[in-house]
Write a protein that binds this ligand. Sequence first.
Ligand code: SF4
Ligand code: SF4
Length: 83
Amino acid sequence: MSEHREYPFPEIDPDICKGCRLCVAACPTDVLVISPKLNSKGFHYSEYVGQGCIGCGNCFYVCPEPSAVTVYLKGYVPEEEVS
Ligand code: SF4
Ligand code: SF4
């Protein structure tokens, strides 16, 4: 069964994130938070609260770490489900 996403959402790689908080400050809907947990490099990483993302892309554009943030837009279908 195809998992058609109804809402946009960000995906943050916790081990690439350096916890600089730029994405948290740039998010217009305040749906990113700094985790109390540490990643493998000892940084408190950013994570999505799970709902409320509007897919604006701000977090992607402000992040200084290449490939730390991916934003999936509404209607995204996981690649393995595309035939
Ligand atoms: S895409 Fe926009 S609304 Fe969604 S988490 Fe990133 S900054 Fe926030
Ligand atoms: S902007 Fe990038 S490196 Fe900084 S906290 Fe957000 S995801 Fe982590």
